[in-house]
Ligand binder design. Structure first.
Ligand code: GDP
Length: 304
């Protein structure tokens, strides 16, 4: 089941504190078990600590009256803490695209992400979503090193019926982004979606290349795509891209296969940046706007 490890951790915590008055030692033991379980559910350690401490804070010193509902107290505490962690605002991409387009300029989104996370598929999904809203984007295949990357994006472009600008093998990725923006301007297209390289080799300066693409294309939005199934790696990538290039928003892919559940909380907590969409399958329509309240209620078992 989706997010099962995280959900059962939270359920277990609520059940263990619910029905009786706990000694300090018992509470300590329960909370330290919970901390480890949260980490096993892909919640970053410092984030797991902050969740556990909020529960401790709400329970310590509370006089438990006979018949009072401690479970409800813990649920309320967790609900507000988790919401603080995942609700980092939202971005209305379609609205922003339309606003910029009405000023005669294309809205530029650059997508970052390590190979394999689902970046190309996500770009295709965003292109599909824009088209469904009456906006035809142009794709920029700015990973000029990996031949497969250009072909893969081209397949999507032709299925979706949207134009694509490619570069010669080995050409400057920033110039491909630049050409795509010029193409959009000349044809009055409202959005440019820039695909970028994602190889993580020690001898290759990925972050330098990303900074150059950003410098040249001056994007309206820098989107990082991470893979929900990679847990700690997703958090590390988010931290690194945010520090070295700057990230405005995150899309978490492969959420449909995520049984652990902690990646989303961790990525938003560590970067402070909003998750705007979730990838929930391999089809073009499998892109779901992220709803923080719905997400937290799912984790708490308040929504199925
Ligand atoms: P890239 O290397 O980051 O561009 O990754 P791709 O877009 O090629 O995706 C890698 C694999 O993940 C492909 O098999 C995709 O179909 C799959 N994928 C991407 N997004 C999702 C998603 O949201 N859910 C699922 N189940 N698979 C996905």
């Amino acid at each position: 089941m989706l997010f099962e490890v995280l959900r059962s951790t939270i359920r277990g915590l609520i059940d263990r504190v619910r029905y009786r008055t706990l000694s300090r030692e018992e509470l300590d033991r329960i909370l330290s078990d919970t901390l480890l379980e949260l980490v096993a559910a892909d919640v970053a350690y410092e984030v797991a600590e902050s969740i556990v401490e909020s529960v401790r804070g709400s329970l310590v010193g509370v006089r438990v009256e006979r018949g009072s509902d401690v479970g409800q107290l813990v649920v309320n505490t967790l609900r507000s803490r988790l919401l603080e962690l995942v609700d980092r605002g939202s971005i209305d991409i379609v609205g922003a695209v339309r606003a910029k387009c009405s000023r005669g300029e294309p809205y530029v989104i650059v997508f970052f992400g390590v190979n394999g996370v689902g970046k190309t598929t996500t770009i295709a999904k965003v292109a599909y979503m824009l088209k469904a809203n009456g906006v035809t984007p142009v794709l920029a295949a700015a990973d000029t090193f990996r031949a497969g990357a250009q072909e893969q994006l081209e397949v999507h472009a032709s299925k979706l019926g949207v134009p694509i600008i490619k570069g010669r093998y080995g050409s400057d990725p920033a110039s491909v982004a630049h050409d795509a923006i010029e193409y959009a301007r000349a044809r009055r297209l409202c959005a440019v979606l820039v695909d970028t390289a994602g190889r993580m080799h020690v001898d290759y300066d990925l972050m330098g290349e990303m900074r150059k693409i950003v410098r040249v294309s001056k994007p309206d939005l820098r989107v990082l795509v991470v893979d929900a199934l990679t847990g700690g790696d997703a958090v590390e990538q988010a931290r690194r891209f945010n520090e070295e290039v700057g990230v405005d928003a995150v899309i978490v892919a492969k959420v449909d296969a995520d049984v652990k559940g902690g990646s989303i909380i961790s990525v938003t907590s560590v970067t402070g940046k909003p998750v705007i969409y979730l990838g929930v399958g391999q089809g073009y329509e499998d892109l779901k706007p992220f709803n923080p309240v719905e997400h937290v209620d799912t984790i708490l078992g308040l929504k199925h």
